[in-house]
Design a protein around this ligand. Sequence first.
Ligand SMILES: [Zn+2]
Length: 102
Amino acid sequence: MAESLMRQWDGVVEAAASTANDDEHDPEGPTIAYEREQLQAMREHVRAELTDLDRAAQRLREGVYWTCEGCGGPIAAARLGARPTARTCIGCAGKAQTRYRS
Ligand SMILES: [Zn+2]
């Protein structure tokens, strides 16, 4: 499901790109290029979200949705309610963030 969505998205970005290339002297050119950049950024964001959702669905199928990937403990229902794609308990998420920052 995620893959076909991403292919459709690629089509949109390619169409936007070829429109920009056809008209190099068009004063609208830079705007189109900017919009294309925005599209690309949004695409990356959507892909990350879809990947997270795919992973959450996989975890549901495997019966480990409520299990923290970090420590093997349970993930609080409140946390999954707020962030359904969370894969770690709040304690491990905090540790991971500290690691990324340093
Ligand atoms: Zn944990």
